[in-house]
Design a protein around this ligand. Structure first.
Ligand code: S3P
Length: 412
């Protein structure tokens, strides 16, 4: 599996904030992560590519970029970089593609303003942020967003004031882990994270684990395509990212984890899934943050399970690269699966999957990949209306899926 997207963004950004040299192995070279790399050069960091997945970053004080920072489709780039830029006391304008320009930025703007940053613009891109931050904050992270938490922590590196984030439902904790790995004092008590007095970072070697959100497509395919057995190696198994693997287990999948070990403060290991009977299950709102990007593929797995699956608490899915709740219900139904949204829940009733539809993705990479996996278990092929955006997170998707036997064709 390619490197984890969340870790890849963070390794570049934290490396660019750290003194000295950071060497990264296994970086995900997808459009979203490359947008972050390009942005960091505009902020004055030296960011060099010296081999497949291998990057060197020389960090230090940031400068105000001469050009707008184009984050393309990437919410993680814009939200984390806004926080980091505010903390560095620079001024930067952020822009993005049509999808990113519709996504909510108030959630990151409000806490950064409370810390003393000044914004020009509304609650969506384009937005200009000017640092420095000069005030502390005790931020309550609702809805649970790792991007917002990370923005606050990265901004907090630029002040000596108290900075803390409390989370009623925990989101992924890669920023906390990585900042500590780079030498900052990060204090964690229950669901509260606080920056300590030492906020200095020094460059280091980072190895990026495989992306569980990409692995989910191969593992989900194995779970629903008769006769399959797939193992993904060296995949990130951070408990705040393992919701999909746990969901497969709850649905009765024949799944095993092995070779579990630590790497750069994270947990990694191998996951094997064999085809077998699956049963519908219920998932609650509290479980969503640990599999927030995997709900589309979980819905596909549910289509291949016996009985009803109900996934609650999906309001945040409406604010991703597309309205994923609506598009999954629509795409599954177009392929002959009984699926519908009910408030902020998604209900899927498993059964034979007809396929034979062209699915609308609105340029959302995960909607496209999920429906292509659905096609592997369907009676007739499934077509998606746009596949280029897959390169934002999983540029080697086609080769990886073909490598485990999928037939994926371009249609003119
Ligand atoms: C991410 C956090 C999540 C996730 C996104 C990556 C991150 O978004 O959906 O793909 O790297 O911090 P939210 O912070 O909006 O939940």
């Amino acid at each position: 599996m390619p490197g984890d997207k969340s870790l890849s963004h963070r390794a570049l950004i934290v490396g660019a904030l750290a003194a000295g040299e950071t060497v990264i192995a296994g970086l995900l070279e997808s459009a979203d992560v490359l947008a972050t790399a390009t942005a960091l050069r505009a902020f004055g960091a030296r960011v060099e590519h010296f081999g497949p997945g291998r990057w060197r970053v020389i960090g230090g004080a940031w400068q105000s970029p001469a050009v707008p920072i184009d984050c393309g489709n990437s919410g993680t780039s814009v939200r984390l970089l806004m926080g980091a830029a505010a903390g560095q006391g620079v001024t930067a304008t952020f822009i993005g593609d049509a999808s990113l320009s519709k996504r909510p930025m108030r959630r990151v703007k409000a806490p950064l303003e409370a810390m003393g940053a000044v914004f020009e613009g509304g609650d969506t891109l384009p937005l200009t942020v000017s640092g420095p931050v000069c005030q502390g904050i005790a931020h309550v992270n609702v809805p649970a967003s790792a991007q917002v938490k990370s923005a606050v922590l990265l901004a907090g590196l630029g002040t000596e004031q108290p900075v803390e984030v409390a989370e009623p439902v925990p989101s992924r904790d890669h920023s906390e882990i990585m900042l500590a790995e780079f030498g900052a004092e990060v204090i964690r008590e229950g669901n509260v994270v606080r920056l300590g007095a030492n906020r200095r970072l020094s460059g280091r070697l980072v190895t990026i684990a495989g992306d569980p959100s990409s692995a989910a497509f191969a593992l989900g395919a194995a779970a629903i395509v008769p006769g399959s057995e797939v193992t993904v190696e060296n995949v990130l198994l951070n408990p705040h990212r393992s919701g999909f693997v746990m969901a497969l287990q709850r649905m009765g999948a024949d799944l095993a984890m092995s070779n579990i070990r630590g790497q750069n403060g994270e947990t990694i290991g191998d996951v094997r899934v064999r085809f077998g009977p699956l049963f519908g299950a219920e998932f609650t709102a509290e479980e969503i943050p640990s599999m927030v990007d995997e709900i589309p593929i979980l819905a596909v797995v549910a289509a291949g399970a016996r009985g009803e699956t109900r996934i609650e608490g999906l309001d945040e899915l409406r604010h991703k690269e597309s309205d994923r709740l609506a598009l999954m219900a629509e795409g599954l139904a177009a392929c002959g699966v009984e699926a519908f949204a009910e408030g902020d829940a998604l209900v899927v009733r498993g059964g034979p999957i007809r396929g034979e539809a062209e699915v609308r993705t609105e340029g959302d990479h995960r909607i496209a990949m999920s429906h292509l996996v659905l096609g592997l278990a369907a009676e007739q092929p499934v077509t998606v209306d746009e596949a280029e955006m897959i390169a934002t997170s999983f540029p080697t998707f086609r080769e990886a899926m073909r490598g485990i036997g999928a037939k994926i064709e371009e249609v003119a």
